[in-house]
Design a protein around this ligand. Sequence first.
Ligand code: MTE
Length: 320
Amino acid sequence: MPVYRYPMPKGSEITDEKMFLNRRQFMVSAAGFAAGATVPTIGHAKTIDDYKALNVSVKNSPYSTEDPANPFEDITTHNNFYEFGTGKGDPAANAGTLTTDPWSIKVGGLVNNPGTIDINDILNSLELEERIYRLRCVEAWSMVIPWVGIPLASVLNKYDQQGDAKYVSFETLVRPEEMIGQRNAFGLDWPYVEGLRLDEAMHPLTILAVGVYGKQMPNQNGAPIRLVVPWKYGFKSIKSIVGIKFTAEQPATTWNLQGPSEYGFYSNVNPGVDHPRWSQKTEKIIGSGIFGSRRQTEQFNGYKEQVASLYEGMDLVKNF
Ligand code: MTE
């Protein structure tokens, strides 16, 4: 595997210009990917009306924040989805090629009734809720997103877990013919993989999201179904999921494999533990106008009351 350091964040999002230059140098020298290919095709940006509405009524949730949500445009044009390129505009520019119908998720591992979930069963579920959460990226930016989703627990509960299941792993689609980033050598191994401890996966804040702003999930946000774990850095919220497994051992996770000293398995948002190359004390609010400023990063991204008990007695510096 090539020597690779997580190249985020961009210079405009942090103060250290040198880091930005390092990132560009990396991009130019990365095998098989010309820097020019990261330039987004802004002229083709879709608007909210271009997306299909969800056809069930969506419940409100007490878990939603009352902070103002970012506009649909911010949410769908500033993305991380390396399967479509490493630039923030690349997913919007390149993810139109992804076919999301038909789509199913294979569920297996330590369960007595492995099976397959058809995406339509979730899209038509009466359990769909709006969850307005702040997404805090490890790159020190955030935005507030009105997801539509179903508690992950209500999906996992359909499976008869074996006693030794302690973790849940997730896997993204591998389809290089539709995912331009998978045809380029960024140094990431595909599929993108993630994992949670079973109690984190079963927590009521954890959802499988199938939409934003009442519309079906835009491809660049992880269509047709992605994880959202609001108290963890954004990279835990894996997109375009095709596989879920119950496991006994802590599963391997993509960014932890790339840089174990920089990206832990837990990756709980924590302003007290800086990234080795930048501060995590504050975050840039993506967007302009009332957005565009910085805010203090909150422990567990503001969900301390709900999730701190999951980590009682644990050293959060060691288990970062
Ligand atoms: N999932 C896959 N499969 N590939 C990715 O590159 N990027 C992660 C996460 N999920 C990523 C992924 C990162 S770093 C972040 S911050 C969030 O998706 C971004 O989600 P958004 O683009 O919907 O804001």
